[in-house]
Design a binder for this molecule. Structure first.
Ligand code: AMP
Ligand code: ZN
Length: 114
């Protein structure tokens, strides 16, 4: 856990969230300000600040995040209609929380990626 990291606090249960899934490596919870009818965040339990600070030792973890997001999309009935996985990285992306996270959005027609 990294002090003053919002998502570390959510993982630890110090800040409430609507938990969707948890295992020893990742946790998923509802985005507090959803941009689509389905908007879930999948985060590593152990703090990683950015994709750019991840390394080869995190390859399996990052793949696991994608598969967990896919399973959640399936559970929510948007796997066949379609969904999007997004990782924001750095200022130009609008990344607001410096704890690696994967957005799963779906449940409506998603526009082109800006
Ligand atoms: P990003 O812009 O990629 O850093 O995304 C951060 C996401 O975290 C945004 O979609 C926010 O709505 C979401 N968020 C911020 N605070 C919370 C919170 N307390 N619980 C759940 N989601 C949050
Ligand atoms: Zn963190």
């Amino acid at each position: 856990m990294t002090a003053d990291c919002l998502f570390c606090k959510i993982v630890a249960g110090d800040i409430p969230s609507t938990e969707v899934y948890r295992d020893d490596r990742v946790m998923a919870f509802e985005d507090i300000s959803p941009s689509a009818p389905q908007h879930v965040l999948v985060v590593p339990v152990a703090h990683i600040t950015f994709l750019r600070t991840a390394d080869e030792s995190h390859e399996s973890l990052i793949g696991h995040m994608a598969l967990v997001a896919d399973r959640i999309a399936a559970e929510r009935g948007v796997q066949s209609s379609g969904f999007r996985l997004t990782i924001n990285q750095g200022p130009d992306s609008g990344q607001a929380v410096d704890h690696l996270h994967l957005h799963m959005t779906g449940g409506r027609k998603l526009g082109p990626i800006a």
